[in-house]
Design a binder for this molecule. Structure first.
Ligand SMILES: *Cc1c(COP(=O)(O)O)cnc(C)c1O
Length: 424
């Protein structure tokens, strides 16, 4: 159980076996960074590995493809093997490539195989816009009207999606299901095992967007039988702005030719034969298209060391405890100020951030920034706060709530316009 006083926050920090990781990150002493769910902080290891890759370019030039500590030719596969434990995939089922949205395009191109009477794609109405845009354009490329063929499961409360409603929508005309692991706004964690089982009982392939869970929640994609998944690394995996993304394809699908092909998807032994007949890699590597973005993947090499040292199970345990503490403090101190906790409260149904709803959310976020707290606003009324296990202390969580109390009590938020900035 939690206690209200500041001393208790310090005690929790003293007992935190992950507390030394904060020194691995760049953050000013008084700054509280609650936005690791949008862009994780830079670590010293990530900076070092980025530097090492530019040195390899300097020293080896084209030789860097095969020389140095991390030969670029094998880098995407090597990093896929290291991400695999975070998502519960076999080493050969994961590849580091592309961006979230381009990976979704690749996977839909490969797994959406409409046939007579089975043409629809099932998603949800709270899904991230980029995923929806990608699905709409994929339907158009097949000659289908997205208004009719993209089915979006409705939310009952505007925050969460009921698994039973999703399953009820898995009808005979559905050819593919695409869902988030964690909903980006409310932070609801869906039951991946249950949804995968239900889809497969109906003969429908299913894929997940792991942007809001990879690096904060352990997954079990292989054992759950998930057909495919895709995610970014710049949020909870701290790989830097625009860092190269990842994807998982279950081994039961190995040997298929992907929908979008390019030479980096080749069997590596054959790639430089330069034949005009494509021989795909036998594993998830086949889903790569062109030359890897080596400079944008470099920070991941160092960042992953921290996950390997801390262990994703420990990270999840700490994250749950910190979000639990944050919710407790919100209820204790902010009860009078019109906040609603929009995320599910059960451990097995919530992700790595707390979703605070308030009519004045935009102006409250601006006020927080002037107090040296970085929150994350999502239109129209959501403040997302992610107490990331690696670099947000219990005392930071305590201080954030005290600052929020001051902003509300003294109506400091009224000094700001309740409108979002260009990026929010
Ligand atoms: C962050 C995020 C994206 C971003 O896609 P990019 O291609 O990396 O820009 C897509 N989907 C979800 C659910 C996200 O959270």
């Amino acid at each position: 159980m939690f206690k209200q006083d500041e001393q208790f926050a310090h005690e929790l920090d003293q007992q935190d076996e992950l507390k030394h990781f904060k020194n691995e990150f760049y953050i000013n002493d008084n700054h509280i960074y609650m936005d690791g769910n949008s862009l994780g902080l830079m670590s010293k290891r990530a900076e070092q590995s980025l530097h090492n890759v530019t040195e390899a370019w300097k020293n080896y030039a084209i030789g860097g493809w095969m020389s140095g500590d991390h030969p670029w030719f094998y880098l995407s596969e090597d990093l896929g093997k290291r991400i695999a434990p975070l998502v519960g995939g076999k080493p050969e089922e994961v590849i580091v490539t592309g961006s979230t949205t381009t990976n979704l395009h690749q996977l839909v191109s490969s797994f959406y195989q409409p046939e007579e009477g089975r043409t629809k794609i099932l998603a949800d109405e709270l899904n991230f816009p980029s995923d929806i845009y990608a699905l709409q354009s994929q339907l158009k490329l097949h000659g289908y009207d997205p208004d009719e063929h993209l089915v979006r499961v409705k939310s009952r409360d505007g925050r969460t999606i009921e698994e039973d409603d999703i399953i009820a929508a898995m009808t005979d005309d559905v050819a593919l299901v695409i869902l988030p692991t964690v909903l980006y706004r409310s932070g609801q964690l869906l039951n991946i095992e249950k949804l995968t089982k239900a889809a497969h009982e109906r003969g429908i392939p299913i894929g997940f967007d792991g942007c809001h869970s990879v690096g904060v929640i352990p997954h079990n994609f292989h054992n759950a039988g998930v057909d495919f998944a895709y995610w970014c690394h710049y949020k909870y995996v701290n790989s830097g702005p625009g860092g190269v993304a990842g994807l998982f394809v279950h081994e039961k699908h190995f040997g298929k030719t992907p929908g979008l092909t390019g030479w980096f998807g080749s069997d590596k032994e054959k790639q430089f034969d330069m034949e005009h007949t494509f021989t795909p890699a036998e594993d998830a590597g086949a889903y790569q298209i062109g030359t890897p973005h080596v400079l944008s993947v470099a920070p991941l090499i160092g960042s992953l060391e921290l996950f390997e040292e801390a262990g994703i199970e420990n990270i999840r345990e700490k994250s749950l405890h910190k979000t639990g503490y944050l919710m407790y403090l919100v209820e204790e101190f902010l009860g009078d100020y019109g906040f609603t906790i929009g995320n599910p409260k059960e451990d097995e149904r919530r992700g790595g951030h707390v979703c605070l709803e308030h009519d004045e959310a935009a102006s409250i976020c601006k006020a927080l920034k002037d107090y040296d707290v970085t929150p994350d606003f999502r239109s129209p009324n959501v403040i997302r706060l992610a107490p990331v296990a690696f670099y947000v202390t219990y005392h930071d969580v305590y201080r954030t709530v005290q600052i929020l109390k001051e902003i509300m009590e003294n109506k400091i938020y009224k000094k700001y316009k309740n409108e979002r900035d260009v990026i929010a």
